[in-house]
Structure formats: structure tokens, C-alpha cells
Design a protein around this ligand. Structure first.
Ligand SMILES: [Zn+2]
Length: 248
């Protein structure tokens, strides 16, 4: 891979520096559940993740664009319940969704899904789509939280990191198999092989989780970063404006 492509793929240019993306770094420990079954459907799942992010971000900012996709309807309903139940609000809707954060000294950057107030505490919320949480998320949110706090120009006191996991599926009315439609692919889970599935209405499951063990997760992120830097040292040494170039 050429150096320009490498820079574009794995980092951001910020204030004259090139800083690697948090998600590029954490991909070093990536164990997406679907990776086990080969590469099938990865693109579709990533696209679905992007669609959900855009939809949730739009809803949180108060845009009520009627969506054509019936799979988003149960997500919209659950999102309203979640927002009420946990008293979630954005303090600065213009800047609180997809907020770019970076840490110059530690040399990384990333994009936080949402900075929000939940009840009476402020923090960041990462949105994840899929059946389960993976270890990568703990490292990612710790890195974002550290950057958010260390570059805190607005004077807010951030206290927490949360994950909002949104799983969207249809369930068979006979055998309770679950079908997740992503792009042109669909993925079946559970149920009976012999069933002539009757798929019900699209549903959405939510899980809202506060992550503890911040210090430990952040240490693990830095360990992952070191490993990522070592793995990519040939490229990184060529990036003149990478602040940590001399150390790799
Ligand atoms: Zn069935």
C-alpha cells in the first residue's frame, strides 16, 4: 500500500498533524462475530451500521425525516422510549453528534457518535449494531473519552461512557428463528431448519450499558496502539507529520 492511501485509510489530518484513527488502532484486536464465518456480508453489515448511525443521529438532532425503510420504524420507536427512560438529551445538537476528538500528545483521533447528558451526568455514547458487544468497543470508548476530556474546551464535566446497542431483526412466528436483513443478504439465527418460517414485523432490541473500568480499558488501548504502531512501523516512519514518528 502506498503511503498516501495508508494515510487516507487509517488517519485524519488535524492541525497540520497526521493522527491515526482510533478504529484503525483497535482493529488490531478485532473479532467481529461475523469474521468467523468468512467475509460474507461484512460490507452489508457495515452499510447497515452506517444507515443506523445516520438515522439515530438525525433523530437525536430532532429531524423527523420519514424513512422508507420499514426496518428503521421499530428503531425509531425504541429510541424514543430509551430517550425518555434514561432522560437523554444533547446539549449542543449541532456539535454533539459525530464529534471529532483528538489527543495531540498521545497522537490519535476519532469520531464520537454522541456526546450527551444522561440523567444528570454527561458523557459519550457509542452506537453499535449487532448481536453482541465485542472487546474492541471498550478500548474505543476509552480512547474517545480520554480525548474528549483532555480537549475539553467547553468546560463540561464528562463522567461516563455508554454503549447503545441496537439489534434489528424479524422473528419467525413458528420457531423463533431470527432473520437479520442487511443489504441484499440475510442472516438466520436459531430456530428450526425444518420450519417453513413465517417472518413477523421488524423488531428492534436495545441494550444501554455504562462501561466501568475506564483506566484499565485505556491502558489496553495504549497497548493496542503500540502493537498497531509496531505492525505499521514501515509506513509510519515515512509520515513526516506523525507526531510519534521518531518513537516507532
Ligand atoms: Zn421458523
Amino acid at each position: 500500500m502506498g503511503i498516501d492511501l495508508f494515510k487516507q485509510k487509517f488517519g485524519y489530518e488535524i492541525e497540520g498533524m497526521w493522527l491515526p484513527r482510533v478504529t484503525a488502532i483497535t482493529s488490531i484486536i478485532s473479532k467481529f462475530p461475523f469474521a468467523m464465518r468468512g467475509r460474507r456480508g461484512i460490507r452489508e453489515r457495515l452499510e447497515w451500521g452506517t444507515d443506523v448511525h445516520e438515522f439515530v443521529g438525525g433523530m437525536m438532532r430532532g429531524s423527523t425525516d420519514a424513512e422508507q425503510d420499514p426496518r428503521l420504524i421499530p428503531i425509531a420507536e425504541s429510541l424514543m422510549i430509551w430517550q425518555q427512560e434514561y432522560e437523554v438529551k444533547l446539549l449542543d445538537p449541532e456539535h454533539d453528534v459525530e464529534r471529532r476528538v483528538h489527543d495531540k500528545e498521545l497522537a490519535y483521533a476519532g469520531t464520537v457518535d454522541m456526546v450527551a447528558q444522561v440523567g444528570d451526568r454527561k458523557g459519550l455514547i457509542e452506537i453499535k449494531t449487532g448481536k453482541q458487544l465485542v472487546g474492541e468497543y471498550f478500548l474505543q470508548t476509552a480512547a474517545y473519552f480520554n480525548a474528549l476530556v483532555s480537549a475539553n474546551a467547553s468546560g463540561h464535566e464528562y463522567e461516563a461512557r455508554w454503549i447503545l446497542r441496537i439489534d434489528q431483526y424479524e422473528e419467525c412466528e413458528g420457531c423463533e428463528a431470527r432473520r437479520r436483513r442487511r443489504g441484499y443478504s440475510s442472516f438466520l439465527d436459531g430456530g428450526l431448519d425444518i420450519c417453513n418460517h413465517q417472518w413477523g414485523q421488524p423488531k428492534a432490541d436495545f441494550e444501554f450499558l455504562e462501561l466501568s473500568e475506564y483506566e484499565q480499558d485505556l491502558r489496553a488501548f495504549f497497548a493496542a496502539k503500540e502493537l498497531w504502531e509496531w505492525t505499521n512501523r514501515i509506513h509510519l516512519r515515512k509520515i513526516i507529520n506523525y507526531p510519534k514518528r521518531r518513537a516507532v
